[in-house]
Ligand binder design. Structure first.
Ligand SMILES: Nc1ncnc2c1ncn2[C@@H]1O[C@H](COP(=O)(O)OP(=O)(O)OP(=O)(O)O)[C@@H](O)[C@H]1O
Ligand SMILES: [Mg+2]
Length: 113
């Protein structure tokens, strides 16, 4: 299993959520986040020397899926979140050792579908 973690613009969330559910994911976690990428919040140079690092509002969406679904999930995210402008976000893929559904005690794949 892998955790696919997306940090992206809040505006795309509804479409992303719908597109992810339409390919059959079992759930997701959404967290309000703030961050910067390469552009450092687009504050840039100030009087040639100092610059302020600003954080911009983002959403972090985490989806745990079976290894064989990772590629499809990444494709959906790229298609949905790519506006072509800086700040579209990042996708991180993290190995997940185990998943357990608390109510039933199901483990692994059974726990995430
Ligand atoms: N290396 C990183 N580690 C952790 N979080 C990151 C990293 N890079 C970006 N982020 C998070 O992703 C958000 C969006 O990043 P962003 O899309 O601006 O990345 P970028 O590398 O500057 O690419 P772009 O040139 O498309 O803007 C940031 O606000 C931050 O929350
Ligand atoms: Mg950026």
């Amino acid at each position: 299993m892998k955790k696919v973690e997306v940090i992206t613009r809040p505006e795309v969330f509804k479409e992303l959520r719908d597109n992810l559910y339409s390919i059959g994911i079992g759930g997701m976690t959404v967290t309000e986040a703030a961050g910067t990428g390469k552009q450092k919040g687009v504050e840039g140079l100030f009087r040639g020397t100092t610059f302020e690092i600003k954080v911009l509002p983002k959403l972090k969406i985490e989806v745990v899926v079976d290894d064989e679904q990772v590629e499809e999930v990444v494709e959906v995210i790229q298609k949905t979140c790519n506006t072509g402008s800086v700040g579209d976000g990042k996708i991180f893929i993290i190995p997940v050792e185990e998943a357990i559904r608390i109510r039933t005690g199901e483990h692994g794949k059974q726990a995430i579908i």
